[in-house]
Write a protein that binds this ligand. Sequence first.
Ligand code: UDP
Length: 339
Amino acid sequence: MRVLVSGGAGYIGSHTVIRLIDAGHDVVIVDDFSNSKPTVIGRLEGITGVHLPVHSFDLTDVDKTEHLFAHESIDAVIHFAGFKAVGESVSKPLDYYQNNLDSTFSLMRAMDRHDVRTLVFSSSATVYGAEPQLPMTEDLPTSATNPYGWTKVMIEQILTDIAASDDRWRIAALRYFNPVGAHASGEIGEDPSGIPNNLMPFVAQVAVGRREKLSVFGDDYDTPDGTGVRDYIHVDDLAAGHVAALDRIAKDSSPISIWNLGTGQGVSVLEVIKAFEKASGKPVPYEIAPRRVGDIAASYADPSRANSELNWYATKTIDDMCEDTWRWQSGNPNGYPDA
Ligand code: UDP
């Protein structure tokens, strides 16, 4: 297939581009580079050995989106593009709702007009809300605790309604748990702008000496060591899940499918710190800080639906995730260069 990857220069998008090409697909990227660097593209071309057509614009631009579909032959879309910082979404809700919803509307309309009705959407385990049952299964009710999460809930609902309106659609919503790690080459990885919001990039920046110490947000949760528990999944396993979902929906008869992509294993903040110290050989100093507003104690997937329906399994351990993160972080201490 010729696959349009929106947000293809981003963290998960870039790793998925590599997996798509490995699986024999052709890729076209659309990205506005608002939260990624153009230098990613050269690295992707170096790793894959193929030229990547790139369209640089914001998908909320309806005319440019239409023009893209009119001039490129596209068989399917993987839609990663969107704002994703939880805290920022609380202070700028209008930006988040407008950007994430408008870009999806613009994309879906262009797809429909050009008879491209195969879509994989980048959703999140955040749709399980504030007090999820564990492990999380796809049939649990959805809700959210912040505007970012609500955009995921809303877009899933919109896609469900679109799929119900026209059975030519083939849509997958993939609910990611906590993507971490980097490509085995060390050339591609997570490069957050500013202070990292997420645990793994923060830990990596402490280990490499960019930050003094980590704040552990709470050690009094009802978890084995009191710190938050998450289902960390290697970004390369996650990328493989997109290829598996795309292949499956292209053959499937169901207009919409939802799959969790996680390992099913919960790992605590203190366990991540220990694994990272082992992988890097560097100390990760930390202090216990108050709980972060909106955090839940524990989150982990029941990945059995994706296991059985996609024949997809997460293969990498937390040690693999830390080793690959460290290779990327130590080789690129300041992330991607500007040019
Ligand atoms: N966390 C932490 N310090 C940080 C960032 C995160 O202790 O600087 C904790 C956070 O409270 C949670 C876990 O690490 O228990 C994962 O947080 P992250 O933001 O990476 O993912 P999310 O909470 O969105 O699942």
